[in-house]
Design a binder for this molecule. Structure first.
Ligand SMILES: [Zn+2]
Length: 83
């Protein structure tokens, strides 16, 4: 194994080049992208997007329902106060 920057010979266990300090390519890959699985993450995003969409729909209908209920309640309270 050789340093990809300065070309010095490195130990197979080296994480950084002892000559120039450059991270060794294999170790660099291991540290910064341990398990690149773009297909899985897209699936994950789709699932999260679906959940967020469902929540938004539920909140929208729930809020409309709550709005009409609270409107009725306010009218009832107003009627009580008049009496
Ligand atoms: Zn080097």
């Amino acid at each position: 194994m050789h340093c990809h920057k300065c070309g010095v010979k490195l130990l197979d266990t080296a994480v950084y080049c002892h000559s120039c300090g450059e991270p060794v390519a294999d170790a660099y890959r291991t540290i910064f992208s341990p398990a690149p699985q773009p297909k899985t993450s897209y699936k994950y995003l789709a699932v999260i997007g679906g959940i967020i969409g469902a929540i938004l729909v539920a909140v929208t209908f729930g809020a409309a329902d709550y709005y009409y209920q609270s409107k009725d309640t306010k009218q009832e309270q107003a009627a009580i106060r008049i009496r």
